[in-house]
Design a protein around this ligand. Sequence first.
Ligand code: NI
Length: 136
Amino acid sequence: MAVLVTRRETFSAGHTLFNPRFSEERNREIFGKCSNPSGHGHNYVLEVTVRGEPDEETGFVFDLSELSSLVWKLVLNDVDHRNLNVDVDWLRGVIPTTENLANAFWMRLDANLPDGMLFSVRLQETEKNSVERRRD
Ligand code: NI
């Protein structure tokens, strides 16, 4: 009986969405308000879900406080209250869309959790917009 277990964390970060290969006008057309070169921030909500069988002795799939520590250590300490375009080594050259962030977070978490345990990384940028990366 596999069970899904989710930890929710929040962080704030600044970004500007632009592709240096596009003109200023095209960037504005494609990325809208998020292309403003002065930058702006979002209050993000990150939900990390792991999947597995509850352990017979603890009843846990994965200790949620340990999951929280991992999420902070591997991802959030680097991005919280940072400018995602310039401050984060492992986001260099990445356009910080919600899609690309969810993907980058997935890679870091998946590499450090037991094999196959990470089920999904869901990242909410605004009340209306969210993105989810799931195990294929
Ligand atoms: Ni934005």
